[in-house]
Design a protein around this ligand. Structure first.
Ligand code: GLN
Length: 497
């Protein structure tokens, strides 16, 4: 009997197309798995069973009519809850949007549906994507499927956990400073942040508009490549002026040899303070896997990357402050009742609608953009941004991809990191590629020798070379194997009848 625990996205689409099983059966299996597993994982804020069955029925009907099915036909998919989908609430895990019903569907979501995917629900996240642990969700935390007492990472923690627990085959997340790659690392799944502009942001609630990028999670590189094709192949989205055409097939060179190619290593990052022994060992193992397959390691420098977190925590809060100003307690979102003045209504609605971290970011942004302060911080942070972008440009003259850690440490316990600035360090290896706009991918490297928790390696590449990132990621996967569903959840629902 087939199970969603072991079927890849390609297996599911092929099985549905061949009539081995129906899309409705697959949807039912995913809903069963969620029923059996999500009480413990809590990856979902909303399960959209009706939408899932409706989409699956449409897929089965198309097949019965002899129509050609999409490459994700019947594949169960979860969407981070900052992505609009008609028929669902889009809450950004915030009280501010607790009852907000989507009035349109985001381009990234629509493209997955157009490729035949079955939308099973909306995934938990840090409030408005501020965070690295999903603990700032206003509704509930999500638990790491590898150890329920630990966080799944964040902010796309629900998206990562839903794939790691085998509740869905693919999910989408968004990454402003590391929110796809860090939770992928902590949950032992593949997570990719494509180059800025490769995937449309239309219909994704904005955090830092110059940094945000949507990308997929999967348990194999191939599943992620299939999702990338669905997201990117239809071309530039006229609704997002920053989106670009990337006319490539992400599956085409997936199995290519990497022999003779150059993999950059940044010595300063490998010695970075705060990098755990286990994560360091995982990156060393990845380096060996590359040389075993004939690649050459070269040392490169990214001298300004040490300032990336500082620059990010100026630029991102400024953009967040500006983006979240629309939640004014008047037009939509939480509205405080019985106020005597408009000013009081706005102020109380914001005070009660936003959580602590969301307030901290907006206050920081308001301060940093104020006159006199702006020149000192925002302006300089943008100068640092240019320096970091130049660092990468020079480094990529010497190598095809850069290998580095994705997360400084394995999954931590709930409440273990309470100091916000320590939490901000979770993204020390990911943030610089958002600043430069380049792509990055976190690839599972098995389990840490001491902790038994997932460890990973990150690959970053030049802008719009996301296909080659996938080829190198696939090379690593050849040496480590695809990522399994977290053992505690295998076989609990998810069987195709
Ligand atoms: N952890 C970072 C932050 O809190 C990045 C979040 C993200 O990528 N959305 O801002």
């Amino acid at each position: 009997m087939a199970s969603l625990d072991t079927l890849s996205a390609r297996d599911i689409a092929a099985g549905v197309a061949a009539g081995d099983f129906s899309a409705v059966e697959v949807a039912q299996a995913a809903l069963d798995a969620i029923e059996q597993r999500d009480g413990e994982v809590q990856a979902f804020l909303q399960v959209s069973a009706d939408l899932a069955l409706e989409a699956a029925k449409a897929t089965d009907k198309a097949r019965a009519e002899g129509k050609e099915l999409g490459p994700l036909a019947g594949v169960p998919v979860a969407f981070k809850d900052n992505m609009h989908l008609i028929g669902t609430r889009t809450t950004c895990a915030s009280r501010m949007l607790e009852n907000y019903e989507s009035t349109f569907t985001a381009t990234c979501v629509q493209r997955m549906l157009d490729a035949g995917a079955t939308p099973v629900g909306k995934a938990n996240m840090d409030e408005f994507a501020f965070g690295s642990s999903t603990e700032t969700s206003a509704f509930h935390p999500t638990h790491n499927p590898w150890d329920l007492e630990r966080v799944p990472g964040g902010s796309s923690g629900g998206s990562a956990a839903s794939v790691a627990a085998g509740e869905v085959t693919i999910s989408l997340g968004s990454d402003t400073g590391g929110s796809i790659r860090q939770p992928a690392s902590l949950c032992g799944v593949v997570g990719m942040k494509p180059t800025y502009g490769a995937v449309s942001r239309y219909g994704v609630v904005a955090f830092g508009s110059s940094l945000d990028q949507v990308g997929p999670f999967g348990r194999s590189v191939e599943d992620v490549a299939l999702a990338m094709n669905a997201l990117v192949a239809p071309g530039r989205d006229p609704f997002d002026s920053t989106s670009q055409d990337c006319p490539v097939d992400f599956l085409e060179h997936l199995e290519d040899s990497i022999a003779g190619h150059r993999v950059g290593i940044v010595p300063a990052l490998m010695e970075a303070e705060g990098l755990s022994k286990e994560e360091r060992a995982a990156v060393d193992a990845a380096a060996r896997a590359f040389t075993d397959q004939g690649a050459e390691l070269v040392e490169v420098e990214l001298p300004h990357v040490a300032s990336a977190i500082a620059a990010y925590y100026v630029i991102a809060p400024c953009e967040a402050f500006s983006n979240l100003a629309r939640f004014d307690g008047v037009r939509y979102g939480y509205q405080e009742p019985d106020c005597s003045t408009l000013a009081e209504q706005t102020s109380l609605s914001r005070a009660r609608g936003f959580g602590e971290e969301a307030k901290r970011r907006q206050m920081l942004g308001a301060y940093l953009l104020s006159s006199g302060v702006y020149e000192q911080y925002y302006y300089r942070a943008q100068q640092v941004r240019t320096l970091i972008t130049e660092d990468y440009r020079r480094a990529y003259e010497q190598c095809d991809v850069i290998l580095m850690p994705a997360s400084p440490r394995t999954a931590f316990r709930f409440g273990e990191i309470s100091d916000p600035t320590q939490m901000y360090a979770s993204d020390m290896f990911t943030i610089s590629s958002n600043i430069a706009g380049n792509g990055g991918i976190s690839v599972p490297m098995g389990l840490g020798a001491d902790s038994g928790l997932p460890v990973s390696a990150q690959l970053q590449g030049p802008a719009f070379k996301d296909r080659s990132l996938l080829t190198f990621a696939r090379a690593l996967e050849r040496s480590v194997g695809a990522s399994p569903v977290a053992p505690a959840f295998v076989g609990r629902g998810g069987e195709l009848q």
